[in-house]
Each structure stands twice: as structure tokens, then as C-alpha cells.
Design a protein around this ligand. Sequence first.
Ligand code: NAD
Length: 468
Amino acid sequence: MNDFNISDIEKIVRSIVADIKNVEPKQDSSNNNLGIFDDMNEAIHEASMAQKQYLRYSLKKRSEIVNSIRKALLENIDELSKMSVEETGMGRYEDKILKNKLAIEKSPGIEDLKPEVETGDGGLTLYEMSPFGVIGAIAPSTNPTETVICNTIGMLAAGNAVVFSPHPSAKKVSVFIIELINKAIEKVDGPKHLVVTVREPSIENTNIMMAHEKVNMICATGGPGIVKIALSSGKKAIGAGAGNPPVVVDETADIEKAAIDIIDGCSFDNNLPCIAEKEVIVVDKVADKLMDCMSNYCAMQITDKELLKKLEKLVLTEKGTINKKFVGKNADYIMEKLGMKIDPKIRVIFAEVEKDHPFAVEELMMPILPIIRVKNVDIAIELAIKLEHGNRHTAMMHSKNIDNLSKFAKEVQTTIFVKNAPSYAGIGFGTEGHSTFTIAGPTGEGLTSAKTFTRKRRCVLADTFSIK
Ligand code: NAD
């Protein structure tokens, strides 16, 4: 008979369990394609296997994986930003750097998964956020790398695997970033194929992904078409759709500051962000001053009616919709096509237009800003709500009157409402709060983060463990 007592045995068992928990499953180094597949079905199958393995990893290890990804992406931020502009032909390199850095540094990790708890005579009830499984993430051409970054960090922190469906016009940079992510996961012995995509993204591949039985959740970041398709998939879907963010300026605003903030927000990455200022509605009393201040900054006003007509013809189709050739282009590039050489330091072209002008109604995503003059703030708010089209996305207001600010905020019901600052303040750029480039207005999750990509579960311990 051994002379171990019960407490010695307990100690030994605890130490064995601790050892098992600390040993992460080892990786097989064969089939190392860094997450890029020719076949969507194979990509999904591999992601599903990886997710099963990932479930066994500790939270500490999840965090290590996310940190390794952040580090690798920061080290390659220059290349990512350059490739993104070169391949899509849209946006500004220096602004892509800022956007990518924001996504890398301010997308929350595992700290976002805060449990909820109820205790009492009936015992302890715990609500935990557990992984959803394999998530199919659809990314837009306008923020190709930024979306992959914030989705990867949030989805992985929450314990999921991700199958990306990038926009075909951003396939090279998407493959590049997904390879970087897989190398970073591998570097800390994480599961192989936790983040995957296909070499040739297409509508067909996106449809295969959305219908696949092993894909548990869809997260669609893009225009209204893809959001509608995702919501019809029959699966849990997060829809981050189009915006047409209005800016209201009333007579109490600091007009000089408002002009600078509006131009800074509108010109950020050449107006590609879905949150960026798309039309300004200003009360008559301060309209001229606002436009003068914009002209004194780095914006150019078009007053010549003939030139405005030519601009409309250039950047709109015959139906009055946007001509995609000019999305995300520099202001000087656009004006050059009209035979006008302007200083490349001019970041925005603006013009006073009527309230139903296509520049105000359409989501232009170009550094062209329509200005609409109205009699008073009530009319301004009413028009802004109309031009936002019920997207419930983003709105801005420049005012020092808290009643006016409250009225607009309450009535427009947007996911993001920014007061007296550029639109990018709404995604945590230089302000408090986390960042994301997947803003789920249609489905209401708001600014997505790790907890958005979880399944809420209840765990009950009856009659005990309340120590109140
Ligand atoms: P898009 O809708 O053309 O494409 C988005 C994604 O959906 C791409 O991957 C594309 O390949 C895919 N897609 C489009 N139509 C499809 C179809 N019929 N079947 C299968 N897949 C399809 O958008 P875009 O031009 O790349 O991006 C700009 C749009 O995205 C704007 O409307 C912008 O407001 C919106 N956006 C929204 C957010 C947000 O967080 N709410 C963020 C970025 C962009």
C-alpha cells in the first residue's frame, strides 16, 4: 500500500491537468499553402478542420496568435498600403497607411469577450461568448486590407476560423495579406488554415461559400446588393452596408473648424470610407463663410455652371449613377480629365447644388462634395435624414447648440453620429473607442468587434456558488 493521502493525489491530478492544458497541439508542416486554395470547397473544409483544432487552444494562446498577426501586419504595412492602391487604382497610399494602422492597433482582441453573471439563491448562471465556428467574410474593394485586418482579429479572438471572399479587383493584395496572416499564425504554432481564401475570388465562389454547410455565419461588408444576398442566405448574417453620410452645419458652429473637419473627413482616402462626408447641408446664414473657409483650406469650389455640367457628365453615367472609373481618384486626376490642371494639394472639389442633385443622392466615393444651402436647421435635419436613405450608417453635425445636436442625433438614428469633428473620429481615429471597418447598420450590431462573432451561451450551476 502506497502512503499517498487524498490531498497528494489531488495535487498530482491538478498538475497533470495543468500540463495537458499548456501543451498546444503540434502542427503538421505538410500542405503549407498559407491559406490560399484553388477550390472554395477545399478552403472551407480546411478552415473547418482548423477551427476544431483551435477550440482546444487556451485563451492565452489565442491572444498570442492575434498579437503575432498584429506584429506581422505592422511590419508589412507599407507594402500592404502600396499594393492596395496600385491594384485597385483607388485611394491614397498615405491614408491607407493610417487606416491599416488603425485597424491593426484598435481592433479589440480577447479582452472584448466579457462574460455576464447572475448569482442568488438559485445558484450561479454564467453567460459566455463562445465561437460561432467558421465565418464567411465578404470584403469590399474600397477597404480591402482594412476589412481583412479587423475581421481576422475579431473573428480569431472570438475563437472562429475565417473564409474570406475578397473583391476580385483586390485579389492580389488579399492573397498577400492572408499569406502574411498564416505565416504569423504558424510562427507561434497556431493551427494551419485558420484564415483561408481562394486564389481567384468570384461571385460564383462567394455563392459557394455562402451556401456551404460548414460555414456557420456570414459577415458581408459591401454595397446594398451583397448585404441583401447575405441576409437571404438562411444563416446568421451580419450586414455592413452602404452609407451616404450627410453633414449638417448650423449657424452656431465654429465655421472655420467645421470647414477644415469636413474637408479632412471627406478627403480621407479620397472619400472611399463608407463613413466619409458625402454631402453638406448648411444654413443660409453661414453658407458663404463655410465655402470661403473650405476654399482657403485645401478644397476648390466650382462656380462655373458649364464646368459643373462637364464634371457631372464625367463622373456619372447616363442614368445618373456613379461612373466607377472615378471612384477613389484624386481631385487633380478628375479635373485633369476635364482639361484643367489643378494643384495636387487640392484634396476636394466642391459645388453648391440643388437638394436632389445626383452628387447628393448617390454615394459618390470620390472627393467631390455637394453643398446644399437651406433656410434653417430644421429643414437641414429633415433633408439630411432623407439623403441618408435610411441606411442608418453615419451622420455628422457641426453645431454648438445641444438641442439641435440632440434633435438630429435622435431623428437620423445612424450607427455613428459625430459632433464637431471629421467623420473618422467615429471609428476611433484620434478619439476614444475601438475601431472597425465593418459597421453593421442594417443588422444592428454596430461597430463590430470580437464579441459580435460569438454565440451567447448560458451555463448554470444550480443551488450553489452564490457567495453574496
Ligand atoms: P460591392 O458591393 O461591389 O462589393 C462588396 C463585396 O461583395 C465584394 O467582395 C464583391 O465581390 C461582393 N459582391 C458584390 N456583388 C455580389 C454578388 N451579386 N454576388 C456575390 N458577391 C458579390 O462594394 P465595393 O464597391 O467593393 O465597396 C463599396 C461599398 O461597400 C459601398 O457601398 C460602401 O458604403 C460599402 N462599405 C460598407 C462598409 C460598412 O462597414 N458598412 C465598409 C466598407 C464599404
